[in-house]
Design a protein around this ligand. Structure first.
Ligand code: GLN
Length: 225
């Protein structure tokens, strides 16, 4: 069974308002083409402690403020294992609400502040005046990406040396209306505001699939059981 790629989908049941499960489907398809099968585990509120190191890829999709508030407390259970996974440079993709919750906090539409995982030095603030919604286009290291954004949260990096943007905006807002950039990269982790889903951009999906296979191979070599 060495060819089963294990994906942990954080709060799949609650954080999938915007169809981001499509990212996991596209990756599963690409991995299947290369001879792998995928096992996708929903890590949610009733899931006992999970060890991120048992997985080849972590995915965290978008959700509305309501769902983000529902999962916020539970999420902190996983802080250490997710932080260790990210620091080890393993591949993770977090979209919109999930991206926001990798940071320190999110000030919501209800005026409450949700504590994020606090793994990445960024924070997000809700602004009622203009929801950022519409088609986007941005340039990344791996080429042009076209997607769709739908958020009120504005994300700001608190350590611009540590975090890199995923791309430079051509059309749309991205992280916020001021910085002209979309998403975030830190080691093997990508955060992005892009729905659509993001990985319909196969240039990006293929890079991720490659990283996932490399991580899978390394995981099995370290623990052949
Ligand atoms: N609720 C968050 C916001 O509006 C995230 C939305 C999303 O995941 N698309 O900013």
């Amino acid at each position: 069974m060495t060819d089963v790629i294990k994906i942990a989908y954080l709060y799949e049941d609650l954080m999938n308002t915007y169809g981001d499960s499509g990212d996991v489907k596209i990756l599963s398809y690409l991995l299947k083409q290369q001879g792998y099968t995928t096992q996708v585990d929903d890590v949610s509120i009733d899931t006992p402690e999970f060890d991120a190191q048992d997985y080849d890829f972590l995915f965290f999709g978008g959700g509305q403020d309501f769902e983000q508030t529902v999962i916020a407390k539970d999420l902190l259970r996983h802080k250490q294992t997710v932080a260790d996974y990210i620091e080890a440079g393993k591949p993770m993709l977090a979209i919109c609400g999930g991206y926001q919750l990798l940071g320190d906090y999110y000030e919501t539409s209800a005026g409450t502040t949700i504590k994020g995982l606090g793994i990445l030095p960024l924070h997000t603030i809700f602004k009622a005046d203009a929801r950022m919604i519409g088609d986007t286009e941005f340039e990344t290291e791996w080429g042009t990406v076209k997607a769709f954004e739908n958020h009120s949260g504005r994300t700001y990096f608190d350590d611009k040396d540590k975090l890199q943007p995923l791309g430079k905006m051509v059309t749309g807002y991205g992280n916020n209306p001021e910085d002209g950039v979309e998403g975030m990269r830190y080691k093997g982790t990508i955060g992005s505001y892009s729905h659509g889903p993001l990985l319909k951009n196969l240039n990006l999906a293929k890079v991720l699939a490659k990283q996932i296979i490399a991580n899978h191979t390394a995981r099995l070599a370290a623990d052949p059981a």
